[in-house]
Design a protein around this ligand. Structure first.
Ligand SMILES: NC(=O)c1ccc[n+]([C@@H]2O[C@H](COP(=O)([O-])OP(=O)(O)OC[C@H]3O[C@@H](n4cnc5c(N)ncnc54)[C@H](O)[C@@H]3O)[C@@H](O)[C@H]2O)c1
Length: 276
Protein backbone atom coordinates (compact mmCIF):
# COMPACT_ATOMS: atom_id res chain seq x y z
CA UNK A 1 0.00 0.00 0.00
CA UNK A 2 3.00 2.32 -0.33
CA UNK A 3 3.30 2.48 -4.06
CA UNK A 4 3.10 6.28 -4.18
CA UNK A 5 4.83 7.06 -0.89
CA UNK A 6 6.39 10.54 -0.95
CA UNK A 7 4.69 11.51 -4.21
CA UNK A 8 2.36 14.44 -4.80
CA UNK A 9 -0.58 14.18 -7.18
CA UNK A 10 -3.24 16.39 -8.70
CA UNK A 11 -6.53 14.82 -9.75
CA UNK A 12 -8.78 17.04 -11.84
CA UNK A 13 -12.49 16.32 -11.72
CA UNK A 14 -11.70 14.86 -8.30
CA UNK A 15 -14.92 15.91 -6.60
CA UNK A 16 -16.85 12.89 -7.86
CA UNK A 17 -16.87 9.62 -9.79
CA UNK A 18 -13.61 8.36 -11.27
CA UNK A 19 -11.59 11.32 -10.01
CA UNK A 20 -12.70 10.90 -6.41
CA UNK A 21 -12.04 7.14 -6.48
CA UNK A 22 -8.57 7.84 -7.88
CA UNK A 23 -7.81 10.47 -5.23
CA UNK A 24 -8.80 7.91 -2.57
CA UNK A 25 -6.62 5.25 -4.21
CA UNK A 26 -3.58 7.54 -4.47
CA UNK A 27 -3.96 8.55 -0.82
CA UNK A 28 -4.30 4.93 0.27
CA UNK A 29 -0.97 4.29 -1.45
CA UNK A 30 0.88 7.06 0.38
CA UNK A 31 0.54 10.05 -1.95
CA UNK A 32 -0.53 13.54 -0.99
CA UNK A 33 -3.32 14.67 -3.29
CA UNK A 34 -4.82 17.93 -4.49
CA UNK A 35 -8.37 17.50 -5.73
CA UNK A 36 -9.19 20.09 -8.40
CA UNK A 37 -12.71 20.69 -9.64
CA UNK A 38 -15.22 23.38 -10.58
CA UNK A 39 -17.55 21.80 -8.00
CA UNK A 40 -16.19 23.64 -4.96
CA UNK A 41 -18.74 22.29 -2.51
CA UNK A 42 -18.21 18.66 -3.50
CA UNK A 43 -14.44 19.07 -3.70
CA UNK A 44 -14.11 20.81 -0.32
CA UNK A 45 -16.13 18.19 1.48
CA UNK A 46 -14.34 15.30 -0.29
CA UNK A 47 -10.92 16.68 0.65
CA UNK A 48 -12.01 17.34 4.24
CA UNK A 49 -13.24 13.75 4.56
CA UNK A 50 -9.95 12.40 3.17
CA UNK A 51 -7.74 13.98 5.83
CA UNK A 52 -4.65 16.15 6.01
CA UNK A 53 -2.87 14.53 3.03
CA UNK A 54 -5.66 15.82 0.79
CA UNK A 55 -6.42 19.39 -0.20
CA UNK A 56 -8.90 21.02 -2.55
CA UNK A 57 -8.39 23.77 -5.10
CA UNK A 58 -11.15 25.19 -7.26
CA UNK A 59 -9.98 25.05 -10.86
CA UNK A 60 -11.63 25.10 -14.25
CA UNK A 61 -9.38 22.92 -16.41
CA UNK A 62 -10.15 24.97 -19.51
CA UNK A 63 -8.66 28.13 -17.98
CA UNK A 64 -4.90 28.38 -18.34
CA UNK A 65 -4.58 30.89 -15.47
CA UNK A 66 -6.50 28.63 -13.08
CA UNK A 67 -4.36 25.64 -14.02
CA UNK A 68 -1.21 27.65 -13.42
CA UNK A 69 -2.58 28.61 -10.00
CA UNK A 70 -3.40 24.95 -9.32
CA UNK A 71 0.20 23.89 -9.91
CA UNK A 72 1.51 26.72 -7.69
CA UNK A 73 -1.01 25.81 -4.96
CA UNK A 74 0.06 22.15 -5.09
CA UNK A 75 3.77 22.92 -4.88
CA UNK A 76 3.18 25.42 -2.04
CA UNK A 77 0.92 23.01 -0.12
CA UNK A 78 2.73 19.68 -0.57
CA UNK A 79 6.20 20.67 -1.82
CA UNK A 80 6.18 19.31 -5.38
CA UNK A 81 4.27 17.58 -8.17
CA UNK A 82 4.93 14.03 -9.42
CA UNK A 83 1.57 12.90 -10.82
CA UNK A 84 -0.95 14.84 -12.89
CA UNK A 85 -4.23 13.05 -13.57
CA UNK A 86 -6.11 15.10 -16.19
CA UNK A 87 -9.44 13.44 -15.58
CA UNK A 88 -12.10 16.19 -15.57
CA UNK A 89 -14.56 15.86 -18.41
CA UNK A 90 -18.07 16.62 -19.58
CA UNK A 91 -20.30 14.65 -21.93
CA UNK A 92 -22.28 15.79 -24.95
CA UNK A 93 -26.06 15.62 -24.94
CA UNK A 94 -27.51 12.51 -26.64
CA UNK A 95 -29.07 13.25 -30.06
CA UNK A 96 -30.88 10.78 -32.26
CA UNK A 97 -28.89 11.89 -35.30
CA UNK A 98 -25.99 14.17 -36.13
CA UNK A 99 -28.48 16.01 -38.36
CA UNK A 100 -30.38 17.04 -35.19
CA UNK A 101 -27.27 18.23 -33.37
CA UNK A 102 -26.98 22.03 -33.30
CA UNK A 103 -23.42 21.66 -31.95
CA UNK A 104 -24.09 24.47 -29.47
CA UNK A 105 -21.92 22.67 -26.88
CA UNK A 106 -19.03 21.95 -29.29
CA UNK A 107 -16.68 24.65 -28.02
CA UNK A 108 -17.39 23.95 -24.37
CA UNK A 109 -16.73 20.23 -24.84
CA UNK A 110 -13.51 20.88 -26.72
CA UNK A 111 -12.42 23.40 -24.07
CA UNK A 112 -12.94 21.04 -21.15
CA UNK A 113 -12.29 17.59 -22.64
CA UNK A 114 -9.38 18.38 -24.97
CA UNK A 115 -7.92 21.82 -24.21
CA UNK A 116 -8.27 21.04 -20.48
CA UNK A 117 -6.09 17.95 -20.89
CA UNK A 118 -3.55 19.88 -22.96
CA UNK A 119 -3.33 22.74 -20.45
CA UNK A 120 -3.04 20.35 -17.51
CA UNK A 121 -0.28 18.45 -19.30
CA UNK A 122 1.61 21.58 -20.28
CA UNK A 123 1.55 23.28 -16.88
CA UNK A 124 2.39 20.08 -15.00
CA UNK A 125 5.15 19.19 -17.46
CA UNK A 126 6.77 22.63 -17.19
CA UNK A 127 7.19 21.97 -13.46
CA UNK A 128 8.10 18.27 -13.83
CA UNK A 129 10.72 18.96 -16.53
CA UNK A 130 12.69 21.02 -14.02
CA UNK A 131 12.16 18.66 -11.10
CA UNK A 132 13.18 15.20 -12.24
CA UNK A 133 10.15 14.11 -14.29
CA UNK A 134 6.79 12.64 -13.43
CA UNK A 135 3.74 10.78 -14.67
CA UNK A 136 0.84 12.38 -16.51
CA UNK A 137 -2.36 10.42 -16.98
CA UNK A 138 -5.15 11.59 -19.26
CA UNK A 139 -8.72 10.36 -19.32
CA UNK A 140 -10.06 9.65 -22.77
CA UNK A 141 -13.04 7.36 -23.42
CA UNK A 142 -13.90 4.28 -25.43
CA UNK A 143 -15.90 6.87 -27.40
CA UNK A 144 -12.56 8.25 -28.59
CA UNK A 145 -11.51 4.82 -29.89
CA UNK A 146 -14.67 3.34 -31.33
CA UNK A 147 -16.58 4.85 -34.20
CA UNK A 148 -20.28 4.92 -33.35
CA UNK A 149 -23.28 7.19 -33.90
CA UNK A 150 -24.06 10.13 -31.65
CA UNK A 151 -22.14 12.53 -29.38
CA UNK A 152 -19.81 13.60 -32.17
CA UNK A 153 -18.17 16.51 -30.34
CA UNK A 154 -17.42 14.31 -27.32
CA UNK A 155 -16.01 11.51 -29.48
CA UNK A 156 -13.88 13.96 -31.46
CA UNK A 157 -12.52 15.56 -28.27
CA UNK A 158 -11.72 12.19 -26.69
CA UNK A 159 -10.07 10.96 -29.91
CA UNK A 160 -8.01 14.15 -29.75
CA UNK A 161 -6.90 13.25 -26.23
CA UNK A 162 -5.54 9.93 -27.51
CA UNK A 163 -3.53 11.46 -30.35
CA UNK A 164 -2.33 14.30 -28.14
CA UNK A 165 -1.20 11.80 -25.47
CA UNK A 166 0.90 9.83 -27.97
CA UNK A 167 2.47 12.96 -29.48
CA UNK A 168 3.26 14.66 -26.20
CA UNK A 169 4.64 11.42 -24.73
CA UNK A 170 7.33 11.58 -27.42
CA UNK A 171 7.90 15.26 -26.77
CA UNK A 172 8.28 14.92 -22.99
CA UNK A 173 10.16 11.61 -22.75
CA UNK A 174 13.57 13.29 -22.65
CA UNK A 175 12.55 15.01 -19.39
CA UNK A 176 11.60 11.74 -17.69
CA UNK A 177 7.91 12.55 -18.04
CA UNK A 178 5.63 9.68 -19.03
CA UNK A 179 2.19 10.37 -20.51
CA UNK A 180 -0.47 7.68 -20.81
CA UNK A 181 -4.20 7.60 -21.09
CA UNK A 182 -7.06 5.54 -19.76
CA UNK A 183 -10.21 4.91 -21.77
CA UNK A 184 -13.08 4.12 -19.40
CA UNK A 185 -16.27 2.54 -20.67
CA UNK A 186 -19.56 1.89 -18.91
CA UNK A 187 -18.58 3.12 -15.45
CA UNK A 188 -21.63 4.11 -13.39
CA UNK A 189 -21.01 7.76 -12.42
CA UNK A 190 -23.15 10.85 -12.69
CA UNK A 191 -21.84 11.54 -16.21
CA UNK A 192 -24.57 9.35 -17.75
CA UNK A 193 -27.33 11.41 -16.12
CA UNK A 194 -25.75 14.59 -17.48
CA UNK A 195 -25.86 12.99 -20.94
CA UNK A 196 -29.59 12.33 -20.71
CA UNK A 197 -30.64 15.40 -18.67
CA UNK A 198 -32.38 17.08 -21.64
CA UNK A 199 -34.56 14.03 -22.47
CA UNK A 200 -38.18 13.62 -21.38
CA UNK A 201 -37.44 10.77 -18.96
CA UNK A 202 -33.72 11.04 -18.11
CA UNK A 203 -33.74 8.24 -15.50
CA UNK A 204 -35.34 5.79 -17.91
CA UNK A 205 -32.82 6.84 -20.57
CA UNK A 206 -29.96 6.10 -18.15
CA UNK A 207 -31.44 2.65 -17.41
CA UNK A 208 -31.73 1.96 -21.15
CA UNK A 209 -28.16 3.12 -21.73
CA UNK A 210 -26.91 0.77 -19.00
CA UNK A 211 -28.75 -2.12 -20.71
CA UNK A 212 -27.17 -1.22 -24.05
CA UNK A 213 -23.72 -1.10 -22.43
CA UNK A 214 -24.31 -4.53 -20.90
CA UNK A 215 -25.34 -5.98 -24.25
CA UNK A 216 -22.20 -4.78 -26.06
CA UNK A 217 -19.78 -5.75 -23.26
CA UNK A 218 -18.07 -9.16 -23.29
CA UNK A 219 -17.51 -9.30 -19.51
CA UNK A 220 -20.86 -9.88 -17.82
CA UNK A 221 -20.12 -7.95 -14.64
CA UNK A 222 -20.32 -4.19 -14.19
CA UNK A 223 -17.21 -2.09 -13.72
CA UNK A 224 -16.88 0.76 -11.26
CA UNK A 225 -14.82 3.88 -10.60
CA UNK A 226 -12.33 1.88 -8.57
CA UNK A 227 -11.42 -0.15 -11.68
CA UNK A 228 -10.27 3.09 -13.32
CA UNK A 229 -8.50 4.17 -10.14
CA UNK A 230 -6.48 0.91 -10.22
CA UNK A 231 -5.35 1.68 -13.76
CA UNK A 232 -4.47 5.23 -12.73
CA UNK A 233 -2.45 3.89 -9.80
CA UNK A 234 -0.52 1.65 -12.18
CA UNK A 235 0.35 4.54 -14.51
CA UNK A 236 1.11 6.87 -11.58
CA UNK A 237 3.65 4.62 -9.88
CA UNK A 238 7.03 3.17 -10.77
CA UNK A 239 5.67 -0.22 -11.91
CA UNK A 240 4.93 1.44 -15.26
CA UNK A 241 8.23 3.32 -15.58
CA UNK A 242 8.96 1.89 -19.06
CA UNK A 243 5.49 2.71 -20.38
CA UNK A 244 4.56 5.92 -22.16
CA UNK A 245 2.26 6.98 -24.97
CA UNK A 246 -0.24 4.17 -24.39
CA UNK A 247 -4.01 3.94 -24.18
CA UNK A 248 -5.55 1.45 -21.79
CA UNK A 249 -9.24 0.70 -22.21
CA UNK A 250 -10.88 -0.24 -18.90
CA UNK A 251 -14.24 -1.26 -20.27
CA UNK A 252 -15.05 -4.93 -19.72
CA UNK A 253 -13.82 -5.68 -23.23
CA UNK A 254 -16.17 -3.36 -25.15
CA UNK A 255 -13.54 -2.11 -27.59
CA UNK A 256 -12.32 -5.66 -28.19
CA UNK A 257 -15.64 -6.45 -29.84
CA UNK A 258 -19.25 -7.32 -29.32
CA UNK A 259 -20.35 -10.64 -27.83
CA UNK A 260 -22.35 -11.58 -30.90
CA UNK A 261 -24.64 -14.30 -29.60
CA UNK A 262 -26.59 -14.25 -32.83
CA UNK A 263 -23.40 -15.03 -34.74
CA UNK A 264 -22.63 -17.90 -32.40
CA UNK A 265 -26.11 -19.34 -33.06
CA UNK A 266 -25.52 -19.19 -36.82
CA UNK A 267 -22.15 -20.91 -36.43
CA UNK A 268 -23.74 -23.63 -34.33
CA UNK A 269 -26.47 -24.25 -36.90
CA UNK A 270 -23.84 -24.40 -39.68
CA UNK A 271 -22.02 -27.10 -37.72
CA UNK A 272 -25.18 -29.23 -37.67
CA UNK A 273 -25.24 -31.81 -40.56
CA UNK A 274 -27.95 -30.97 -43.12
CA UNK A 275 -29.41 -34.46 -42.92
CA UNK A 276 -29.85 -34.20 -39.12
N1 LIG B 1 -18.15 7.03 -16.48
C1 LIG B 1 -17.81 6.51 -17.66
O1 LIG B 1 -18.27 5.43 -18.06
C2 LIG B 1 -16.83 7.22 -18.55
C3 LIG B 1 -16.61 6.70 -19.82
C4 LIG B 1 -15.69 7.32 -20.65
C5 LIG B 1 -14.99 8.42 -20.21
N2 LIG B 1 -15.23 8.93 -18.96
C6 LIG B 1 -14.47 10.12 -18.56
O2 LIG B 1 -14.06 9.97 -17.21
C7 LIG B 1 -13.84 11.29 -16.67
C8 LIG B 1 -14.48 11.38 -15.30
O3 LIG B 1 -15.88 11.29 -15.45
P1 LIG B 1 -16.84 10.54 -14.40
O4 LIG B 1 -17.45 9.39 -15.10
O5 LIG B 1 -16.14 10.35 -13.13
O6 LIG B 1 -18.00 11.64 -14.28
P2 LIG B 1 -18.35 12.69 -13.14
O7 LIG B 1 -19.35 13.60 -13.76
O8 LIG B 1 -18.70 11.98 -11.88
O9 LIG B 1 -16.98 13.48 -12.88
C9 LIG B 1 -16.54 14.54 -13.69
C10 LIG B 1 -15.97 15.61 -12.78
O10 LIG B 1 -15.37 16.62 -13.60
C11 LIG B 1 -15.71 17.87 -13.05
N3 LIG B 1 -15.61 18.92 -14.07
C12 LIG B 1 -16.43 19.14 -15.11
N4 LIG B 1 -16.02 20.20 -15.81
C13 LIG B 1 -14.89 20.65 -15.22
C14 LIG B 1 -14.00 21.72 -15.47
N5 LIG B 1 -14.20 22.56 -16.50
N6 LIG B 1 -12.94 21.88 -14.66
C15 LIG B 1 -12.74 21.06 -13.60
N7 LIG B 1 -13.56 20.04 -13.30
C16 LIG B 1 -14.62 19.84 -14.09
C17 LIG B 1 -17.12 17.69 -12.53
O11 LIG B 1 -17.50 18.71 -11.59
C18 LIG B 1 -17.04 16.30 -11.92
O12 LIG B 1 -16.64 16.35 -10.57
C19 LIG B 1 -14.37 12.28 -17.71
O13 LIG B 1 -13.29 12.80 -18.46
C20 LIG B 1 -15.25 11.40 -18.60
O14 LIG B 1 -15.38 11.91 -19.91
C21 LIG B 1 -16.14 8.34 -18.13
Amino acid sequence: MNELKGKVAIVTGGASGIGLASAEKFLAHGARVVIADINAEGGESAAAALGSNAAFKTADVSDTGQIGDLIDFTVDTFGGLDIMFNNAGIPAAMRSSFLDDDLHDFRHIMDVDLLGVMLGTQHAARYMAEHGGGSIINTTSIGGIQARRGQMAYRAAKAGVIHFTKCVAIDLAEYGIRVNCIAPGGIPTKILSITTAHLADPDEAVRELREVIKSIRPLPHDGNADDIAEAALYFAGDRSDYITGTILPVDGGIVAGMPLNAMADIEKSCATPISA
